[in-house]
Ligand binder design. Structure first.
Ligand code: AMP
Length: 323
């Protein structure tokens, strides 16, 4: 039987090359082999984006991004999380079988606590892993292509599936066997954490990104801002980003020949980035001209995702005894 993948991107701002190499590029390759679901995770983003206009625009932007990188709506189901209410319905059920100490182990929660303290952490941020478990488990997902920062969330989804199965499977004559499949994370070692211009993980919240659809000027500005250590012979932070575009053997030669010449090395990276980004950006501009098409893709995605999710919820509801 054909295996299923699911992954999502939060509409919280422009995607960057870390999102692309860490996760989105894999989506494009895998859609040919797997039954594929790609979700615009708008309810996850709601923890951060609390403005209707922004939410609408950013969500549509992710749909355009998905199409621009090469997701094919004939092969892949592209949908908005909020269009399938079964996600939040199942998340509630998971909330009732999980515990507070377990959720306190989530890195995202710990980060939020470290930043602002308990007063500022929304209940939505706290229970986020259960919504994500619902996203994944509703579709009998086998594989979830993500970056390293999401690994723990996939483990939470697995634990939750196991726990639910243990408590409820076979609990009525109407349910036979296990309800949920245990998903696996697909994390590509070389690109599991793409570094940003300051050497930390590339992240929208660190302001250290190179946008995936950047203009030439933005590329120049971002590369020129890459932090370099003036004592080192070769600029590590430039090299790590450069590795996304050329082999290490090729780079070793270039960096050896240009020892200490940071400006030259940055210029080479700028050219590589421009050549890589230009066709993607142009494709995105074309797609953005036909928003009716993008809306149609989302409407179709909604129907197809709901068909699967609503069927799964019937099995879940039977298992817990509400129908
Ligand atoms: P998000 O924008 O948080 O929804 O992330 C979308 C996808 O990109 C997720 O699978 C993340 O794990 C992945 N991702 C985000 N930042 C990076 C990074 N710096 N390196 C590799 N993958 C990343």
């Amino acid at each position: 039987m054909q295996k299923t993948i699911l992954s999502g991107v939060k509409p919280t701002g422009r995607p960057h090359i870390g999102n692309y190499f860490g996760a989105m590029r894999q989506f494009v390759e895998l859609q040919n082999e797997y039954q594929s679901y790609f979700m615009i995770a708008d309810y996850h983003a709601l923890n951060l984006i609390q403005n209707a206009k922004e939410m609408r625009e950013l969500s549509l932007d992710v749909a355009i991004d998905f199409l621009a990188i090469g997701l094919n709506p004939k092969k892949s189901i592209i949908f908005k999380q909020s269009d399938v209410p079964e996600h939040t319905e199942l998340a509630w059920i998971f909330d009732t079988i999980t515990t507070v100490p377990y959720l306190k182990r989530a890195h995202a929660y710990k980060d939020a606590m470290a930043k602002g303290g308990e007063e500022d952490v929304s209940a939505g941020t706290f229970t986020y892993p259960m919504l994500m478990a619902a996203d994944i488990l509703l579709y009998d997902t086998d594989v979830v292509p993500v970056g390293q920062d999401q690994k723990q969330h996939i483990e939470f989804a697995r634990d939750t599936a196991e726990k639910f199965n243990r408590i409820f499977s076979g609990s009525t004559s109407l349910t036979t066997g296990e309800i949920f499949k245990l998903p696996e994370a697909l994390i590509i070692k070389d690109v599991e954490t793409v570094p940003g211009t300051d050497g930390r993980k590339m992240s929208k919240s660190y302001n250290n990104t190179i946008p995936l659809f950047a203009s030439d000027e933005e590329i120049e500005k971002a590369v020129m801002s890459i932090v370099t250590d003036s004592k080192a012979e070769y600029p590590e932070n430039v090299f790590y980003i450069h590795k996304l575009f050329r082999s290490v053997a090729e780079l070793d030669k270039i960096y050896e020949e240009n020892k200490g010449k940071y400006k030259v090395l940055k210029d080479i990276l700028i050219e590589d980035l421009k050549n890589f980004i230009r066709p993607l950006r142009e494709r995105r501009e074309e797609i953005a001209k036909d928003l009716n098409f993008v809306q149609k893709v989302l409407a179709e995605g909604k129907e197809r995702a709901r068909a699967k999710a609503s069927q799964k919820m019937i099995a879940v509801k039977r298992a817990i005894g509400v129908i």
